[in-house]
Write a protein that binds this ligand. Structure first.
Ligand code: SF4
Length: 311
């Protein structure tokens, strides 16, 4: 169902949003629990970054066209899947010699400027993977690889796919650790791990799914071979959950206001910033369209040359 704005005009980009509230309404009998907001970390992150981007991604139907695929997303997806498939091998076959086959099998080709740049990125990714698995014990079996964990709170029905969930010995028995692979910018530190709402929500959910403590979260940056870690407390995890619930309430309020007749452009305002240059909806968004964008391969251009410390 398409819903027009109050003035009858379509929303920016020629599309009118279909708020979730335009779907069949759950009756609000007194005492009945309110509907939970079903979400993933990307969904919450999209709104926190820019409400308009959230609208384009999750509300407008049909969704506005995205820009072309990004080479850095292709690179990240290729490396993530190669590592997933590494753990699918029997332990005695988890050797660096397996990596070229794994990476070729999962390689995503989209977004590169040309074959030469793509080959350079492939070589670089293979080098990262070789260095990374050289530091792993092939006999280690994570408790989850690309594992979906889900949890409900009073507001959220959260689900998300963690890159890896390790079980490691702790002072009072096995403890879980959330591992997130990174292939982008260098210089991640403990503050990035501490501030990541996605990692905190994975930890909160994993603790409940597996009924084991899960307080440590780690960002494994493959290009630099560094690990940025943070040890959460029950309180810091609870704070991140509260923040996620606040974001969810804001989203539901924005959707409700559109259902009640507000202008979708006002309910989901733009939040311009450096991220606009990388936004999939830059061409649809009136704010983003006025700003310079990046070429789809801009973030991998440095791989065409020799490795640097920054990589
Ligand atoms: S271009 Fe910028 S302001 Fe527009 S939707 Fe994307 S992030 Fe938001």
């Amino acid at each position: 169902m398409r819903r027009a704005s109050p003035a009858g005009r379509p929303a920016a980009g020629g599309r009118a949003p279909r708020p979730r509230d335009a779907q069949p309404e759950q009756l609000g009998f007194e005492g009945m629990p309110e509907r939970l907001f079903v979400c993933t970390p990307s969904r919450l992150g999209a709104y926190a970054d820019c409400p308009r981007r959230y609208r384009y991604s999750y509300v407008d139907r049909p969704a506005p066209p995205k820009g072309p695929p990004w080479a850095h997303n292709s690179l990240g997806a290729s490396v993530h899947t190669a590592l997933k498939n590494w753990y699918a091998l029997p332990a005695d076959r988890r050797r660096p010699e397996a990596l070229p086959t794994l990476l070729k099998g999962t390689w995503v080709r989209e977004g590169y400027r040309d074959d030469e740049q793509e080959r350079a990125a492939y070589r670089r990714a293979l080098g990262w993977l070789e260095a990374y698995v050289g530091g792993l014990d092939p006999a280690d079996e994570p408790i989850g690889v690309e594992r979906v964990v889900a949890v409900k709170t009073g507001v959220l029905a959260f689900n998300g796919r963690a890159d890896r969930i390790d079980s490691r010995p702790g002072p009072h028995g096995p403890e879980l650790v959330i591992v997130d692979y990174k292939t982008g910018r260098a210089g991640l530190d403990g503050d990035d791990a501490r501030g990541s709402q996605a990692l905190a929500l994975y930890a909160y959910a994993a603790e409940r799914v597996f009924r084991r403590p899960c307080r440590r979260v780690e960002l494994h940056h493959l290009p630099s071979g560094t690990v940025a870690a943070h040890e959460h407390s029950a309180e810091s995890l609870a704070r991140q959950v509260t923040r996620a619930e606040e974001t969810a309430r804001d989203i539901m309020a924005a959707e409700r206001s559109v259902a009640d007749g507000a202008d979708p452009d006002d309910a989901f305002p733009t939040a311009p910033g450096p991220r606009c240059a990388w936004c999939d909806y830059r061409r649809t968004c009136p704010t983003g369209a006025a700003l310079p964008g990046k070429e789809p391969w801009a973030a991998v251009e440095r791989f065409a040359g020799p490795a640097t410390e920054e990589d």
